[in-house]
Design a protein around this ligand. Sequence first.
Ligand SMILES: Cc1ncc(COP(=O)(O)O)c(C=O)c1O
Length: 438
Amino acid sequence: MAGKQTPIPEQVVNKIVAESGISKVGSASIREIKKLINDIETASGIPFIRMEMGIPGLPACQIGVNAQIEALKSGVAAIYPDIEGAPVLKKEMSRFVKNFLDLEVSSDGCIPTVGSMMGGMAGFMTFVRARKERDTTLFIDPGFPVQKQQHRVLGLKYETFDVYNFRGDKLRNKLISYLEKGNIHSIIYSNPNNPSWICFTEKELQIIGELSTQYDVCVFEDLAYFGMDFRRDISKPGVPPFQPTVSKYTDNYALLISSSKSFSYAGERMGLLVLSDKMYNREFPDLIPYFNTPKLGRAIIYGTVYAISSGTSHSAQYGLAAILKACNDGVYNFLDDVKIYAEKANIMKRLFLENGFQIVYDKDEDQPLADGFYFTVSYPGLSGEELLKEFLYYGISAISLAITGSERTEGLRACVSLIKMEQMPVLEERLKCFKENH
Ligand SMILES: Cc1ncc(COP(=O)(O)O)c(C=O)c1O
């Protein structure tokens, strides 16, 4: 690229990268990239097309904000919340999973956590103690890097594979090759998937569900992007279609339901861990030395959640309860508010494709991928690392798929949330310039 005209002057980018201390931009974490882009923006005075952070770009759901303010006024800030969660939130979540997943779950198993991040962490910390011989989590990747970070800081073991080459029927034997060893306690994946936005088909969910029963492992289904596969409208309570889920095919499940993206409530750090009735009541004698109880649901709530955070923000629980109630009663269509992500993705993917880029994860078996919160791109002849570095000169930021457990090292993840419709012409101009220079 040396000597070519680029939207951000070459010497500015080179100077800031050298000063950042980041040895390889391609393997930098999301937060490191964020800081680097901030510095380049400040030095150049030119705003980036910022696609690196997966944060909501919309105002918080007002129903939640209002209810939370009322809860604060009524004095809940002074009072410790019950560790198992506010009854009204537990009840509305139980209704929500019935209405939008077509699933019967007792409110006992609906456990508020500090973001769904903590739901996963509490789950892994407990499951790893449930059976001595099972000490490993299996990630169906690509995945959300922080969940592996949780494993590393806790010293927990995990195994992983990139599902790219194992879609459809091929998933079965691949999963069996891990499960038959007998060391796996849980499987985790997100659906829709961060970073690739693949969504498992019913066949794939059935394979995962059946094998988890057969090999007796728990499936953590991370529904951080609940309902956001916009190819089907699951927004009507109690009416099909429902959010696709592994829980149709097994009772060995724990759902991670987040308020962050579907309700733009990320700042309040509210999520729920939803355990199937079977899992909630299941007894594992190996839990006793750690939790004084063999019962999994009790161990998670009064052992792990108590130890980590002693429950979650009291007022935020009332905020989320009000949002869920409005969804359940059919007076608030949460997906109307977030559909804009799909509209943006549709335009952005077109702009990338028109300028010589490719979509890396492009199909769910034979179906084109949905437009949503993320998409993945590559450019012929460049590795993901080279592309990420090269993008800096064009005022475009993303993250490398290499940090997500993906083997598609040519690819980058792009997040649409922070891009404004008014910025689309700027993106187009920069991509055209990129194409001309390559
Ligand atoms: C797959 C996945 N899981 C979990 C989370 C975090 O959710 P929360 O904000 O509820 O902790 C995210 C956020 O980006 C995510 O992408």
